[in-house]
Design a protein around this ligand. Structure first.
Ligand SMILES: *Cc1c(COP(=O)(O)O)cnc(C)c1O
Length: 369
């Protein structure tokens, strides 16, 4: 079939590829930066009983996300350095933050209204979702030393006679796959961007880094902060993300999303997780201790160049001859040993697992030659 009715740019687009799910028991998944910990058993029991007793499966979900938004704003207002208070009018909830990224793209750049700027290596979904909408992506490199953004090239991209002009800058704080937070210089650069550019700050790993720019939102109405329940909150299976922004931007996001974008079960899971965050979030500190340990061991391995990490994953490359073929060999060797990691951005990204999982990873990497 010719598929001539499909947009030709879509036929050539590479989608995001996730490793297939597997019920293989001894599989060690260090490839998607999820928490290695399931929800505490008592919360799963609670959630199951909510399903049994509260959910009317014949009814649509709460399309206003009212209670969830109130709980999220309470949680966001607890953020360190947060002086301004936000409320439900400053929150939009998506089917994962991926949905919010797509809504932001639709709201800003669709129909040749704008291009986006990304600094690679970074989260691949910005470019993939943009291209799926026919939106032009301008990519600039990061500086290898600390993966800071090449701001000269960023300024050139913004001021050049780009057609269509850059309307959105996507940054991650801390970045994936390279695990570094924005520097003060980068934050100051974001602050001076003209207000006809939307700045999207993806704080998917906020609970690990404990660094947030929420308190800047009041002074910068052209900023949006994205967060997710998929990482520290252990709810990747439920697909819940949220955006924090001025009520004006939130109103636009609410226009774009599907009316019942978040299933009832996912809303209940996110609410339960927030109400019981004292049971869930302390594990973040344990994971960060494991991250420090894994970093120490790996950085003593002379074969690897390993970067400091503000998140629950570590980025590394081979010191000598860091070709994608050689990185792929490492990835495949680990896969044979039932350990999944992610090859991306010219290197390898390894999520922090449980102590036992990390030990198995370290053992395999030590014997690799
Ligand atoms: C994991 C991750 C997300 C989370 O996406 P969801 O759709 O909420 O699961 C968002 N941004 C970055 C940079 C991530 O690494």
């Amino acid at each position: 079939m010719s598929l001539s009715f499909i947009r030709s740019d879509l036929l050539n687009l590479d989608a995001y590829t996730a490793n297939p799910q597997s019920d293989q028991e001894n599989l060690i998944r260090l490839d998607a930066n999820e928490s290695p910990l399931n929800l505490p058993a008592e919360l799963k029991v609670k959630l199951a009983s909510l399903y049994e007793q509260v959910i009317a499966t014949n009814r649509y979900p709460d399309g206003s996300h009212w209670e969830l938004k109130n709980l999220i704003s309470d949680y966001v207002n607890e953020s360190p350095q947060s002086s301004t208070t936000i409320n439900h009018n400053n929150i939009s909830v998506g089917n994962g933050s991926d949905e919010l990224i797509r809504s932001l793209l639709i709201a800003t750049c669709l129909n040749e209204n704008g291009s986006i700027l990304v600094a690679n290596p970074t989260f691949s979904m910005y470019a993939i979702l943009a291209k799926s909408l026919g939106i032009n992506v301008t990519s600039i490199p990061r500086k290898e030393a600390y993966f800071s953004i090449n701001l000269e090239l960023a300024n050139q991209a913004i001021t050049s006679e780009n057609n269509p002009p850059i309307k959105v800058v996507f940054v991650v704080h801390p970045n994936s796959p390279t695990a570094n937070c924005l520097t003060e210089i980068e934050i100051n650069w974001l602050k001076q961007l003209p207000d006809n550019i939307l700045v999207v700050i993806d704080e998917a790993y906020y609970e690990f880094s404990q660094q947030t720019l929420v308190s800047e939102l009041a002074q910068h109405p052209n900023w949006v902060i994205l967060r997710t329940f998929s990482k520290a909150f252990r709810l990747a299976a439920h697909r819940v993300g949220y955006g924090i922004a001025s009520s004006e931007i939130i109103n636009v996001l609410e226009k774009i999303r599907l009316p019942y974008n978040l299933p009832t079960f996912s809303q209940l899971a996110a609410k339960l997780a927030l109400e019981n965050r004292a049971l869930i979030l302390p594990a973040v500190q344990e994971l960060m201790k494991e991250k420090d340990r894994v970093y120490q061991v790996l950085s003593q391995n002379k074969k690897f160049k390993v970067w400091q990490s503000d998140a629950n994953f570590i980025y590394l490359r081979l010191k000598e001859n860091p070709t994608s073929e050689r990185h792929d060999q490492i990835r495949q060797k680990l896969q044979q040993e039932n350990i999944l990691i992610r090859q991306t951005g010219g290197g390898l990204r390894i999520s922090i697992g449980t102590e036992n999982e990390n030990n198995q990873l370290l053992k395999q990497l030590k014997s690799w030659s």
